[in-house]
Design a protein around this ligand. Sequence first.
Ligand code: GTP
Length: 564
Amino acid sequence: MSPSRPRLLPPLTLRLHHLRGGATWLSFGALLSLLIIISVLILLPLRAQQRATMADLRETVVARATLIQSRLNEVSYQVQIQREAAEALLEPHTPLPPSPLSAYLGSSDGAPGLSLALVPSELVPARVGNLVLNASAASPDLQRETQMALWLFPLHRAALRTTPDLAWVYYLSAGPLYAVSPWVPVRELHDRSAGGQPGFLLRPNNDDLLTRAAPARNPGRAAFWTQPYVDPASQQLLVSHGAPVYEGRHFRGMVGADLRLGFLQQALDTRHLSGGRLLLVRSPTASLAEARLIAGSNQRINPRIAPTLAMQLGLNAGELDDKLAQSGEFRHSGTRELIAVPIPDAGWWLVYEVPSGRIMLSVLEQLQPAAMVVAVLLLLLVFTYHRLHRSTLALQRLAMRDPLTGAFNRRALFEAMERERARYRRGGHLYGLIMADIDFFKQVNDLYGHAAGDEVLRVITRVLQTDLRDTDLLARVGGEEFVILLPHSDPATALATAERLRHQVEQTVVQSGDNTIQVTISLGVTVPAYAGEEIDLTYQRADVALYSAKFSGRNCSKCFFMHE
Ligand SMILES: Nc1nc2c(ncn2[C@@H]2O[C@H](COP(=O)(O)OP(=O)(O)OP(=O)(O)O)[C@@H](O)[C@H]2O)c(=O)[nH]1
């Protein structure tokens, strides 16, 4: 530096620090883009697969409901045949030939009334059903009805053979007549606890069946399903399907069939159901809120105390009803999924319940191969990002350093000065600034060559750096010019530091090839005049102080303090 050449800082250079953090923003942007790409890569297939899984499950539930419905249809069909046959046999004004079985009607073995218990044993195969007539003397009407019932037995046999899971097929008269297949000893048809008295047939819901069939309750003569009940003879769960029988306009009774609900096990099997469970419910009003449990996967239900669906699921009845009945699907706070499929004939619903987490698990299982690809991609992206980040940091570091000496450069100095200035303005501490310039450096170059000059620059940098605190910042701002930023320093400390540095350099001997070189430095010292002073002004004051040191003969430190 020449003393006759006072300098002003190029303002553009000073503003370089505004570029600070550009690389960081770039990395952040890259990371954000990666996250968005990854989210899209993961979330889109996940959502699509989740929807597909739910659609598959719904199809499975519908298939199970159809299976149940088809078994119910078989029973309806059989009952319909019975009813048509009964009404054809009872066609008014049509004579009814006596059944061959009528020859064996008589008092049964100790039980009251008439029955078929007297059929000889060699004819037992023909004795497909039992007929209980709780009257010793029959009116012509009752005799006609009895003949009709006897003629129904072959149809009973056909129904029992073709429709598995039928427990009973019967004609239940509004009068004192009951014809039921298959044949059992007549005693078993009576309620022993009631002393085998007439009218106390074992089946508990006969009265209810007749009430449902009778015109008062069923003017449309519709076939109907009852609620499930436990058969006292077999202790199995049965459900009855009945249809009224009329002779012309005169209500006679009903035909019916009882279906064992054991067949539901197959329909309620939880395989291929993603760990969910199936509940079969019956609703008297088509409202799911009132629906009661008939059967459930892995669950034995006592129909006498069957809980409501809402209770079983621990849900609010109204909420359950509205959402599930309308859409057939229900998502409860994202914790579980419900699918309900109606089985309209019997007033049943097949309800599937599964925790949402299980669906997600099976979705992940299905997406496993794709997930592996995404995971590999993810790893690659993370790896690439890591490399990019490291390169960016390395570039950032390089961009802050002077390549020859490794000291910070002008840009790094200005950023640090801005930080110190802001800190001082916020109530922090004063900072000091020292500008140092090697004296007569041109002569070093001229005498020993440029390479030796470079070596001198490197050694002096090392010497200065060694003598500074970790928090101080040494920057090379020109050919042989250095600036030292001293955070948390008052004027006296700054001046003392400058003198110490000057002394260290003075003591230093630089060996370059065969040459032994010694240099001195001149230093200008300053501190900000006030908190918030622009760094350009502080810098310029240090420059003026340095100029003064040069002017004073070099190898000395000069201060320019305007500190309040
Ligand atoms: N070897 C070497 N020389 C440099 C480098 N940068 C600048 N110089 C030289 O440093 C010298 C600076 O000379 P001047 O500005 O006249 O200052 P001076 O000779 O040190 O004199 P005063 O500062 O007035 O004591 C010039 O000869 C530049 O060529 C560098 O990176 N390496």
